[in-house]
Design a protein around this ligand. Structure first.
Ligand code: S3P
Length: 168
């Protein structure tokens, strides 16, 4: 049985929906950002010391390890993981769910963007402006990888988890 992998932009609820889904299914929940922080320290610091390219390479390696889990799990990926061609290839053998989100929802959820350097580094624009730009770039990749797209109108976290279970 493959993993259920949640993808989507920052603020789409990958971690919270992933936790709810895992609880309902009795599967482990693996959040790749949390593993990254446990292994390498805070993402913002990693970015400022090593740069984004090194972050992406380390993220790609970590995602490959975590997808190769001995037990079928629910895996929430960082929003930029789909930029890696190697990761997209691995996703072909997983059940992949894209969580969609509206701009207004994302704006409310990304807060001050303190933990997300891609929204603030090299720009003085408001984080939501950077978010929109990044989402426009990545949306085709999310759609290409997804077996299921859960729309932003599935309001509560539990509703979204239920929609995924029904579609499996
Ligand atoms: C990133 C998203 C973040 C985290 C890192 C980079 C991105 O994860 O991996 O800050 O490039 O979209 P979330 O999508 O969980 O916020």
């Amino acid at each position: 049985m493959s993993n259920i992998v949640l993808i989507g932009p920052m603020g789409s609820g990958k971690s919270t929906v992933g936790a709810a889904l895992a609880r309902r299914l009795g599967r482990p929940h693996v959040d790749t950002d949390h593993f990254f922080v446990a292994r390498h320290g805070p993402i913002r610091e990693y970015f400022s010391v090593h740069g984004e390219e090194a972050f992406r390479a380390a993220e790609e390696r970590l995602v490959a390890q975590l997808l190769d889990s001995p037990r079928p799990s629910v895996v929430s990926l960082g929003g930029g993981s789909v930029m890696s061609a190697a990761t997209r290839e691995l996703l072909k053998s997983q059940f992949v769910v894209m969580l969609d989100v509206t701009e207004a929802q994302a704006k409310a959820r990304i807060g001050d963007a303190a933990t997300r350097p891609v929204l603030t580094e090299g720009t003085s624009a408001p984080p939501i402006e950077r978010w929109k730009h990044i989402y426009a770039e990545r949306e085709p990749l999310y759609r290409e990888c997804a077996d299921l797209i859960v729309s932003a109108t599935e309001t509560t976290i539990e509703d979204r988890a239920e929609t995924i279970i029904e579609a499996m």
